[in-house]
Design a protein around this ligand. Sequence first.
Ligand SMILES: Cc1cc2nc3c(=O)[nH]c(=O)nc-3n(C[C@H](O)[C@H](O)[C@H](O)COP(=O)(O)OP(=O)(O)OC[C@H]3O[C@@H](n4cnc5c(N)ncnc54)[C@H](O)[C@@H]3O)c2cc1C
Length: 446
Amino acid sequence: MLRKEKAVIIGGGISGKLAARVLSDFFQEVIILERDPEPQGPVPRKGTPQGEHIHALLFAGANGLEELFPGITEKFNASGAVKINSTQDVAWFHHGVWKLRFVGDYTTILQTRPHLEWHIEQYIKSLPNVTIHYSQIVRNYLYIEEENRITGVEIIDCSDSIRTINADLIIDASGVSSLSSRWLNKREVHIPEEQVKIDLSYFTKTLQLPDNRNRDWAIKLVYPNPPLEKIGGGISKVEGNRYLVTFMGYHNEINEKEILKNDNGFIEIAKKLPKLDIYQELKDATALSGTSIYRVPNIIWRRFDKVNNLPTGLLLIGDTICRIDPFFGQGMSIAVLEALALKKLLTNHNQTNQQMIETFHQQAVKIITPIWNMVITEDFRYPATIGKKPAGLSIQQWYAKNIFLLSSQNQDIYNSFIKVMHLLSPTSTLMHPRIIKSVLKRTIYK
Ligand SMILES: Cc1cc2nc3c(=O)[nH]c(=O)nc-3n(C[C@H](O)[C@H](O)[C@H](O)COP(=O)(O)OP(=O)(O)OC[C@H]3O[C@@H](n4cnc5c(N)ncnc54)[C@H](O)[C@@H]3O)c2cc1C
């Protein structure tokens, strides 16, 4: 039976929609407030500009999505998404070697981010107790200071009219530019933050490639070998038989003016990659779009779990908590795992209370910690990266490098890495004695 509770969710991105789906099983009324106008199809949105770049959905994310939205994978596939084998159909040059290719147990879904969101949104619209209000900017909280409790939100719409909504639970899913962190900062509630400066920029175009029977991959990734190489790229098949091509450069290595100077600027960047494979594809491609640009100056982890005086009634989720380096494509899958954790908590609590919210924030820490450690281990290979280095960094980097190199020769090790990367196994899987033995053997006999 549904509880007599009402929830408001700020932001109708991936996390907001996932949270709405979870709450719909427990709350009488769920309202998503989204600042963008209603999308008229699977097209890019201003509120999620990162969505124009390659967005792969990893295995744990896809599984969780299917659990929350039964039948959605079929919907993705029916409208052109490309379900691939994560080891056979991915050609991946990483740390100077090509990873092995074999038919493994795991799959990845390739599609544009707007396509993915569109299908989720159609499902949400079919839920009788969830409504999405578009073109609504949440700009303030309704707050009872004496109780330190948030009781609702203040919204401004496109015609500048202001209204308020009260709710029993407010979920902030507004992403990296989160309303809550700005609001709390103004009230001098200190949110401990971990920030790592990486100055990463993404440049993406949509392309049509000529048919080629010899093309034996669905996504090809050519990653830089740090610290000397800073530019990488990827080319990924997506729905509509199109391809997205993304170049990414750490520490502002890609010169935006050079890319945009003429039609050739984009293709020329492909020559700076460690391998010319992507350049070879681009030579004969037809551009279907202009160049989209997205910058990630810092990755950031807001430790709401450590705030003692967080107002009651407020739960944070997704990129609002942590924006991770998109290097391994894990952000959306983190959001899915957080939504599943929320579902479990709501199942075990008869009523939403502060203890449940705090437990959720602690569980988000457990989901994020291993992923954060994995990506910053890579980010700190560049001396220009600024931030708090984890303990034992050089040993971790040495070990990870060996795992990456062995992934080009040892199927078992690559498979274990894939399980960790796809958020199916803990990082400790890579510390199994048989893997340690292979790493040591490689170091001794190299
Ligand atoms: C370049 C790049 C590539 C990436 N590639 C991948 C990938 O391959 N795989 C992967 O899993 N992840 C990837 N990610 C990460 C992924 O994009 C994010 O983790 C994901 O978008 C987080 O979703 P979210 O809903 O938390 O936030 P967002 O997607 O940012 O959504 C926030 C929503 O809130 C709305 N909003 C904001 N403020 C307000 C307000 N005040 N009032 C009302 N609405 C508001 C916005 O309009 C938006 O709709 C990538 C990220 C980047 C930057």
